[in-house]
Design a protein around this ligand. Sequence first.
Ligand code: SF4
Ligand code: SF4
Length: 456
Amino acid sequence: MDKNSDQDFRDRPINIDASGQRKRINAKQPKGKWYTRRNIVGYALILFLVIAPLLKIHGHPFMMLDILNRKFYIFGLMVFAEDTYILALVMAVAVVSIVLFTVVFGRLFCGWACPQTLFLELVYRKIEFLFDGNGRKGKKKRDPSNTSTIRTLAKHTVYILVSIFFTNIFLLWFIGPEQLLKIITEPVGAHLVGFLIMMALSVFYYWVYSYFREQICTLFCPYGRMQGVLLDNNSISVIYDYKRGEPRNPKVSEGGDCINCLQCISVCPTGIDIRNGSQLECIHCAACIDECNLVMKKISKPYNLIRYDSVQGVEIGKRSLLNTRSVAYTAVLVLLMVILAFTVGRRTTIDVTLWRAQGTLYQQLDSETYSNIYQIMFLNKGNEPLELTLRLLDFPNGELSIADNKVVLPPNSKMKEAMIIKLKKGNLTGRETVCKIGLFSGDELKETVTTNFLGP
Ligand code: SF4
Ligand code: SF4
């Protein structure tokens, strides 16, 4: 069957040719208000990424995902793996927010906040512009015959240094500055695993941003593939006004406003032609809007032939962010956020887990006294140390012994102790006697735990 080459974009990713080979995309540097705004937002986000894991609140990290120790610091709030319900709620809020945001604003996240785009477009692409020229000012430098080995080597050296830097920033989020400093400053043998992970990640970063690049978005990212289900005619996206633009004609005075200059394609980081409609490769970065506006200015036509708009906006000139789907997702999101705020607000600072020592039932100490052995785990989720004493609440003549009869818990810490309860025969209500234990800080009852005491 004959293929119309104009329709090739429907058959395969734009950066793969008919023989299956990759077509490298050398996007020109955009220029315009959207590019300026995107730079401001992007660099602010990169700054947050770099600074957030270095900040401390009450001596604890502001942001850190300490997977090894199963502790997470989120905006200064410490969440233990034991707080799984909070983590699950945070995840649910994040997922619904992404869905809602996509339904209303399309893939704005991809072009403005996704780390892949931020690093590729605002860091590595800028380095490339610096060394190779950007096609706007440096056409000669872009000429392959003008490629200098020294310049290429220098560019890749900078790529490698930047990759190592961002690998270290990435690791900061998981191991914190103190541990990272040890890996960097102490002998390699003392932190061999950490050092190897750092090296492997640096190589991976370098490979992704110097070679693989936009293929992460066009071939791998699942989010781009979800847009077919999430976007509808009311979703805002980068869109070409075909009503105004068609029929394309290079002669300004003839045809529509599109003069088929292809400048919108030349700046596109994924190499697509936005005039073909919504495509999964489009990351909504708005580079084509800026570039087309420059063209419109030159040919004295109204701006925004390509713009942020919805299909409805282009077709009937009406935009509506409020529709059944966006209202429903907003309602779910608000509900989840209320539940999350309520759950965080009610979160206690102490968590206690009590279980019977493995393989034990009860011990008869004399004709009147029985004992049970337990393991007890304390979790202090607060930022202050806690000194706790434990008392049996219902049996004044019973005995509870643990460590030095008090437990001292540093802030944000866990501690496991053995505990023995002794009860008199007269206290027992059967084979199992319900036993309440109070955890006191001074005279203040902080927490109560209940267990079964086994008897004959
Ligand atoms: S930059 Fe504007 S005028 Fe030029 S091809 Fe793209 S849409 Fe048409
Ligand atoms: S089509 Fe436009 S908005 Fe989409 S990725 Fe290309 S330049 Fe960015």
